[in-house]
Ligand binder design. Structure first.
Ligand code: NAD
Length: 260
C-alpha cells in the first residue's frame, strides 16, 4: 500500500515508518508538526496533509488530539483510510472523527497492541463465567517511572472488560484507593494496583482469586513497536471497507462477541 505517516518525527511516527516498510508498504511521505522544529526521518519526503491525502491509500496518525479536527477536515474529502492511534481525544474530537467516518473508513484504537486487546477479550469472558461472589478480580499493572497517570489506560480497559463480562460498569465496581484502614474487600469489587519503576514498557495482569484457585492472565509489552505493528496490520484489514469507525476488535474478529 502507499502510506503516509502523520507526525513522522515522533517516537511512534519513526517506528511506524519502519514497520510499514518491513511489511512491504511504500511510505510515500509524512507530515511534521507545523508548530515545532523537528526534522524529518531520513528518506521520507515532508508533505502537507492535503498533498499526502491525494498521494496515498492510507495515513497513519499518532500525533496529538488537538490535531484531530484539522486532520478530519482534510481527510474526509479524500479517498484515504485514516488510521488513528492518537490518545486523549475529547468527546468533541471523537465526534469530529466519527463525522469524518461517514465519508471514509477510520480505524481508531487507543491501544493497537493485538495481545492486550486479546487479553481484554479473555478478561471479559472470565468475568462472565466466574461468579463475583467467589472470584475476586484484581488488575495489577507496572510501568516505567516517568508515567504520570494511574491506573494506566490499558488497566482501565481491562477492568471495563471484566465489568462488562459481569454485566456491571467499571464505575460501580472499581476499587483503586486502598490505603490505611480500607476495610474488608467489597464483594464484586474490581481492584487495581499500580507499580511504577525502571523502564517497564507496560505489564498488565488480570487476576481472579477464589479461596481454592488463582487464575492470572498476564501481558508484557516488550517495546513500543508492538503498537506500530498492530496499527499497520489494522490498516491492512481496513482496505476495501466502507466508511465507518472500525477498531482493533474488528481486526481480531471480536466485535459483537458476547461475553457469555
Ligand atoms: P511524540 O510526542 O513522540 O510524537 C508525536 C509527534 O506528533 C511529535 O513529533 C509532534 O511534533 C507531532 N505532531 C503534533 N501535532 C502535529 C500536527 N498537527 N501535525 C503533524 N505532526 C504533529 O508522541 P508518541 O509517543 O509518538 O505518541 C503519539 C500519540 O500516540 C500519543 O497520543 C500517544 O498517546 C499515542 N500512542 C498510541 C498508541 C496506540 O496503540 N494507540 C501507542 C503509543 C502511543
Amino acid at each position: 500500500m502507499r502510506v503516509g505517516i502523520l507526525g513522522m518525527a515522533g517516537r511512534m511516527g519513526r517506528l511506524l515508518i519502519e514497520e510499514a516498510r518491513s511489511a512491504k508498504h511504500e511510505v510515500v511521505g509524512g507530515t511534521l508538526n507545523p508548530a515545532s522544529a523537528t526534522s524529518a526521518p531520513a528518506g521520507v519526503p515532508v508533505m502537507t496533509l492535503p498533498e499526502l491525502a491525494e498521494a496515498v491509500e492510507a495515513v497513519i496518525d499518532f500525533t496529538n488530539a488537538a490535531a484531530v479536527p484539522l486532520h478530519a477536515e482534510v481527510l474526509r474529502t479524500s479517498r484515504a483510510i485514516w488510521v488513528v492511534g492518537t490518545t486523549g481525544l475529547s468527546a468533541m474530537q471523537e465526534e469530529v472523527l466519527a463525522s469524518a467516518a461517514t465519508c471514509i473508513p477510520v480505524m481508531y484504537a487507543a491501544n493497537f497492541g493485538l495481545g492486550i486487546n486479546l487479553l481484554a477479550a479473555f478478561a471479559r469472558r472470565l468475568g462472565a463465567v466466574l461468579p463475583p461472589e467467589t472470584y475476586d478480580a484484581e488488575i495489577v499493572e507496572m510501568h516505567h517511572r516517568q508515567k504520570v497517570d494511574a491506573p494506566s489506560g490499558s488497566a482501565l480497559a481491562l477492568g471495563r472488560a471484566v465489568a462488562e463480562g459481569r454485566r456491571t460498569t467499571l464505575e460501580a465496581a472499581m476499587d483503586s484507593a486502598r490505603n490505611g484502614h480500607a476495610g474488608p474487600r467489597r464483594i464484586g469489587a474490581i481492584g487495581f494496583a499500580a507499580l511504577r519503576g525502571g523502564q517497564v514498557v507496560g505489564e498488565h495482569t488480570v487476576l481472579f482469586a477464589s479461596e481454592h484457585e488463582h487464575i492470572a492472565l498476564t501481558h508484557r509489552a516488550l517495546d513500543r513497536r508492538v503498537f506500530a505493528a498492530g496499527a499497520v496490520r489494522a490498516m491492512e484489514w481496513t482496505v476495501g471497507k466502507p466508511p465507518g469507525v472500525y477498531s482493533i476488535d474488528d481486526v481480531l474478529g471480536l466485535r459483537g462477541v458476547q461475553p457469555t
